[in-house]
Design a protein around this ligand. Structure first.
Ligand code: SAJ
Length: 422
């Protein structure tokens, strides 16, 4: 290995995909002095970013983006151009039967292949099934037979490839991007070293080196671990209902054991990570991943159980007024993607269970999926509480936790988050 290879200098870096992960990462790298070219197929997102604005919601991200666009360190485009390193942060959703959909990674590979040059580093950040980094390397090799890749030339390859999964928590992205430890999975040790040098530019946490397959499974394992633990809490909530025990008190007591740490039940698991990633393990090892599959099923069934409970209570009224507290997929964010709360409200609206008074302080208007229903409207906290027969707590936003519980005394309360226990 030459000294040039040992000390790769990254000056210009390209981020493919400017979404919830790509844009903050691009902005942070730019703020550390790298020249960053952000690439996205969404022309509108590109224009927004080039105006120094953002098209997603993440605390403080607007400030960083405005600053690095103003100084010229970050520029967005729809067409990839040559760079020292390419990071890929595109979606990896699943298809109908929960098989992973790698088409966005395939499209990213096709987009960057023409501009690759000898010595480039390509890093896959998207959460991916085991073997995807090798698949990416295969696609790039097919597109560029004039260059050599790690699967062909190991440590002598022209192009270095690694998988460094993103692990940041929505709502805390800017902090966690810098402070979290980072897993660096190289296709070869040299690939890992190069990727580590790049991440060291902005990561204060430890950079832990491994191979690409272990890095892929590590990310999936982290989210499956959380999913299984939430499923345990959700299952407990059903057991407690059957046995007339308060699940929140039960968990609080059990967690006083020094080696017990049960998570919180809820109306289901939302977001685009935890409800998706465990399926990638199930898809790759269906016979072995029995617990992981069952956890997914337990969590996916939770909204149905909430619906049944609300319907049973609403039957007592001619047309129940149901105040639905929260639409977001979790507390204190405005992200409605894959939200069990939204799913429950949509289903209540569809089944005409009553008049729905939707309270969601993080949005200003009802989402499109609810606007067509005449018996659904958006309300402030107090107006909804004044009128409601049934109060349905779906998301534990801080604003809801602060509600004066005297106002709930005369109501039928279905509190899926344990926020009104007092
Ligand atoms: N939830 C519960 N009970 C709990 C904790 C969470 O019902 O005790 C629910 C939330 O309400 C939400 C869902 O689970 O609907 C997921 O929320 P989350 O806060 O657990 O996770 P995400 O999806 O926002 O982010 C996760 C994180 N992964 C882990 O904590 C292991 C994050 O670090 C990852 O980067 C992210 O997935 C990702 O992009 O994969």
């Amino acid at each position: 290995m030459s000294s040039v290879q040992r000390n790769m200098q990254f000056k210009k870096v390209s981020m493919i995909g400017l979404g919830y992960i790509g844009l903050p990462t691009a902005a942070i790298m730019a703020s550390r002095g790298l020249e960053v070219i952000g690439v996205d197929v969404n022309q509108q997102a590109v224009e927004t970013i080039n105006q120094g604005k953002i098209h997603i919601v993440e605390p403080d991200l607007d400030i960083v983006v405005r600053s690095v666009v103003q100084t010229g360190q970050l520029r967005a485009t729809t067409v990839p151009e040559a760079a020292d390193a390419f990071l890929i942060a595109v979606p990896t959703p699943f298809q109908e039967e929960h098989q992973p959909d790698l088409s966005y990674i395939g499209a990213a590979a096709q987009a960057i292949a023409p501009v690759l040059t000898q010595g480039n580093l390509v890093v896959l950040e998207s959460t991916s099934p085991v073997g995807t980094t090798e698949q990416l390397a295969g696609w790039l090799a097919d597109a560029r037979p004039d260059l050599s890749f790690p699967q062909q030339d190991a440590e002598h390859a022209d192009i270095l490839i690694a998988h460094c999964p993103e692990r940041v928590l929505p709502g805390h992205v800017l902090h966690e991007l810098v402070s979290n430890d980072r897993i660096i999975g190289g296709m070869t040790p040299r690939c890992a070293q190069a990727a580590m040098q790049l991440y060291k530019v902005f990561v204060k946490g430890e950079c832990l080196i491994t191979d690409a397959r272990t890095a892929e499974l590590s990310k999936l394992t982290e989210n499956a671990y959380r999913d299984v633990n939430i499923a345990f809490a959700n299952e407990l909530s059903l057991i407690c209902e059957e046995l007339h025990v308060n699940v929140w008190e039960l968990i609080e007591l059990a967690n006083r054991h020094p080696r017990v740490n049960i998570l919180q039940p809820g109306p289901g698991v939302g977001g685009h990570c935890i409800a998706v990633d465990p399926w990638f393990i199930v898809d790759s090892a269906p016979k072995q991943a029995r617990l992981i599959r069952t956890a997914r099923e337990v969590n996916d069934n939770k909204p149905e159980q909430v619906l049944e409970k609300v319907k049973a209570k609403a039957e007592r009224f001619k047309k129940a007024k149901i105040a639905c507290f929260g639409l977001a997929f979790k507390a204190n964010i405005d992200d409605l993607r894959e939200s069990p709360a939204l799913h429950i409200v949509q289903q209540l609206a569809h089944d005409e269970v009553g008049e729905l008074l939707v309270v969601e302080p993080h949005i200003t208007a009802l989402p499109e999926s609810l606007t067509a229903y005449p018996h659904v409207d958006i309300y402030g906290i107090n107006a909804a509480l004044e009128q409601a027969d049934i109060v349905l707590g779906l998301v534990d936003h801080d604003a809801f936790r602060r509600i004066d519980q005297d106002l709930l005394k005369e109501k039928i309360v279905i509190d899926c988050r344990g926020m009104w226990r007092g």
